[in-house]
Design a protein around this ligand. Sequence first.
Ligand SMILES: [Zn+2]
Length: 107
Amino acid sequence: MSLALSDRQLRRWYLDFNRRFHGGDLPDDVDVIYAPATGCLGRIDFDYADAATITINPACAFDMCMVKLTLHHEMAHLKVGTKHKHGKVFQAEMLRLATLGAFRGLW
Ligand SMILES: [Zn+2]
């Protein structure tokens, strides 16, 4: 992890979403960067020490709502574990976020 690489606005949103919608349960030391992500809006990767990097495709940065939705999506992966992909556990987490109002004004 190298927070110097993180986009400052993306990091601010990450920390804000973590506090407001995850009770601060997600790790603070997550890089959040803009970088091309082939064929998807975002992705999450883990280094040798299991520290996460969330990548947001700059192609969706024409609309900050898309960026925030993508960040929520990747944070949901971080929350439930990537082995669940987009299955039931992931869907339940997205519904939980929706119920809390995470997507209000975004979808
Ligand atoms: Zn996904």
